[in-house]
Design a protein around this ligand. Structure first.
Ligand code: SF4
Length: 421
């Protein structure tokens, strides 16, 4: 087992993304879903949006986000009756459409139609806390069978970028390695893995306050639960779990938090390998070059590649990137031992980690700096993970301990000018 290795922001590339120049446009086309995942941020309040509303949102995001790709999310976007037209409209705007789905409604016929409409790829959410019919009580390793089913179905059609994401709970942290090992074995059709660390607000010991300090019913939010006393998994802990499984993995870039100087909110990297094994990882220098060159020539930053098969030309980046140089050395030694491996295409497999909002002692939440998943709400941009606070309560909440709220109320009462009633 590899030893743990410290994650140092100074040794990583900080992505240059911002509110108005961000590779991702986050588009929610429905809030209806056919599953009830434990870690979901959305509940059904408004149902399917009309095609007209969706087109307006796409144009808004195109104007104010400058996206390279549009993440079509929900709810479950495959349930929207006009999903094909939506994908086609996004492609007509010169933006890569990526479908974020649980894939339950995905069939080979729909897949072909989506590809014809211009779909660039999928991010398929599968994890063991989704309560999928027939899959309850089964481990992450067992869910690899389901991941494999969809990876094969998409590979059959070909030409679509395929990422699998899963929410990581304290109880499933030790199973991250099972998913990484599965992905490593199928690098030809699994182009990326994303791990999202579970967060929730608790109603037993905290209350939510709106912008006017009024107490609101926190239990209305899907991301609240009565009681949760386990320690949340952090992004750097997920890095260690991947590293223990694949010692040639190390991240290349990050986004920090909006409040804490030391938080890691997005951690991104990519493995370099082929069906014979993993040779190493992309380093921060190559990650920086990819962002800068893409922005220079295409005018946008980059979050999703168009294809994972990049070939041995990636090793030319050895000149500027020591991590790629190390991978090139391992690949060369492998080819000298097994000359036929020279003909196995070199691929990238991206590794993403997202550490969702962390509530701080003062009740505010540490969010992702330059949030890549901001979405349209009421003519403005909001963090999609907290949009239900806007939809239900008109804005972001602060969460405070019940005792502290009592003290705050007492202070406010005492501060009221005498005689005013
Ligand atoms: S702050 Fe943005 S990127 Fe981070 S979890 Fe929330 S929506 Fe996602």
């Amino acid at each position: 087992m590899a030893e743990t290795k410290a994650l140092d922001k100074r040794a990583l590339y900080r992505f240059p993304w911002s509110m108005n120049d961000n590779p991702i446009g986050w588009l929610e086309i429905t809030d209806i879903c056919n599953l009830h995942c434990e870690g979901c941020y959305r509940q059904t309040l408004s149902k399917h949006k009309t095609l007209e509303e969706i087109r307006e949102e796409v144009l808004f995001l195109k104007r104010w986000r400058n996206p390279d790709n549009m993440s079509i999310a929900g709810g479950e976007p495959l349930l929207h009756p006009q999903i094909i037209e939506i994908v086609a409209f996004i492609r007509q705007q010169g933006i890569k459409p990526i479908l974020l789905t649980n894939a339950i409604a995905l069939t080979p016929d729909t897949l072909r139609e989506l590809k014809r409409a211009g779909l660039a790829g999928f991010t398929i959410h599968i994890d063991s806390h989704q309560n999928r019919p027939g899959w309850q009580g089964r481990s992450e390793a067992e869910h690899n069978e389901l991941r494999q089913h969809y990876a094969d179905m998409i590979a059959e059609v070909g030409g679509l970028y395929t990422v699998f994401n899963s929410t990581v709970y304290p109880s499933t942290y030790h199973e991250i390695g099972d998913v990484v090992r599965w992905g490593r074995q199928h690098i030809d059709r699994v182009h990326g893995l994303v791990f999202i660390t579970y967060r929730t607000a608790t109603t037993e010991d905290t209350v939510g306050l709106d912008a006017g300090s009024h107490v609101v019913d926190l239990s209305q939010l899907s991301y609240s639960t009565e009681h949760f006393d386990e320690a949340f998994v952090t992004g750097p802990e997920v890095v260690q779990a991947i590293y223990q499984t694949e010692p040639s993995y190390w991240p290349a870039g990050y986004l920090g938090g909006t409040l804490r100087h030391d938080s890691f909110k997005w951690i991104a990297g990519a493995l370099i390998g082929n069906e014979h094994g993993i040779y190493g990882s992309v380093g921060p220098r190559a990650m920086e070059l990819a962002q800068v060159v893409h922005h220079f020539f295409r005018g946008t930053y980059l979050a999703y590649l168009s294809q994972s098969r990049i070939g041995a030309k990636v090793f030319a980046l050895s000149l500027i990137d020591p991590a790629i140089r190390a991978a090139a050395g391992r690949w060369l030694r492998d080819v000298l031992r097994h000359p036929m491996h020279l003909f196995s295409p070199i691929r990238l497999q991206t590794m993403g980690i997202i550490q969702a909002p962390d509530v701080q002692p003062d009740g505010r939440a540490d969010m992702c700096d330059s949030c890549p998943d901001m979405t349209f709400w009421n003519g403005t941009l909001v963090n999609s993970c907290r949009m239900d606070e806007y939809r239900l309560f008109g804005g972001l909440l602060t969460v405070v301990e019940k005792g502290k709220q009592a003290v705050r109320e007492m202070r406010e009462t005492q501060a009221e000018p005498a005689g005013e009633s």
